[in-house]
Design a protein around this ligand. Structure first.
Ligand SMILES: [Zn+2]
Length: 298
């Protein structure tokens, strides 16, 4: 009797198509964590990207699109972006919360960036990394709101704004001294990672690029995936900058051609202009599915 039972199981097992077993295995693996081969040969996660609007403000188009006629007003979005995948919650820029700017910058619908990120289901202490594009107060001012995050900033940006910018001949427009102090403090706590230059893979499938200065050494990101996106931050304020080939504000007038050149590079890196996400454009909350303050870029 036992012999027949064993034979029955042998027949049953061999009858199961191998593809079915393999299919089940592959499916469960894919569901657990969709991994692809990253640029560096390392597996890369398929990241999700959300734009989170923590405030709105009224601005002049001429201040955002170089050469635009004076007097035209525009409503802009104050945004942080949340990139999730591979066990990381990466924030791209950190917003601001200092009293000075709450008082003197006339924003509306403001909530603190950490509260805004919580709306996406990520608690402040769950943010693992913050990639800072540049040191302007509305981008770096929230680094102290996320107690466990490591801050990624360009090495030259860090060097300039913690030194030469405050020396005679230096330029520290838009930089808040308190933010600089916070940045130095985080560095002494080993929570700052300096990114050295252009085209550097900082996470599997996520690369930092430079070239559009905006500040002394700003950076933007390419998030590889299906599809790939480029997050520009202030290296491209609005969709209109790209469409009209007009520069965003730059470190000096001499940098304007460099900014325009980098907008073209962003489009090339993303594979399409509609996959370059500008820094302050409210249209990203219309072009992508949006609920409340959060747009699902992908
Ligand atoms: Zn800026």
């Amino acid at each position: 009797m036992k012999k027949y039972l064993l034979l029955f199981f042998v027949i049953l097992a061999s009858a199961l198509p191998a593809a079915m077993i393999a299919g089940t295995f592959l499916k469960s693996r894919a569901e657990a964590q969709p991994l692809q081969e990253g640029a560096g040969g390392k597996p890369r996660p398929e990241y999700s990207i959300q734009a989170i609007r923590y405030a709105s403000a009224e601005d002049e188009v001429a201040g955002l699109v170089m050469g635009a006629p004076k007097g035209e007003k525009i409503n802009i979005a104050m945004v942080v972006w949340l990139i999730r995948g591979g066990g990381r919650n990466i924030l791209f820029d950190s917003g601001y919360h200092r009293d000075t700017f709450l008082k003197y910058f006339p924003s509306t619908e403001y909530i603190r960036p950490d509260e805004a990120v919580s709306l996406a289901g990520v608690k402040p202490e769950e943010v693992t990394d913050i990639v800072i594009t540049h040191s302007h107060w509305d981008h770096i001012g929230g680094i102290d709101l996320f107690p466990k995050a490591v801050v990624w900033i360009q090495k030259e940006e860090y060097r300039y704004y913690t030194g030469d910018a405050w020396q005679p001949g230096g330029n520290h427009g838009g930089i808040d001294p308190e933010d600089v102090q916070q940045l130095v403090k985080l560095n002494t706590e080993k929570r700052v990672h300096l990114v050295d230059g252009d085209n550097v893979e900082i996470f599997p499938g996520i690369r930092a690029y430079t070239g559009a200065r905006h500040t002394y050494a700003s950076q933007y990101l390419r998030v590889e995936g299906n599809p790939t996106f480029v997050l520009a931050s202030d290296n491209c304020y609005l969709y209109r900058n790209m469409a009209e080939h007009k520069a965003s504000a730059t470190f000096s007038d001499a940098d304007q051609p460099g900014n325009i050149k980098n907008q073209a590079r962003m489009i090339e890196l993303a594979g399409s202009a509609d996959r370059v996400v500008p820094g302050h454009d409210v249209l990203q909350f219309q072009r992508f599915p949006t609920q409340g303050r959060i747009a699902k870029i992908k």
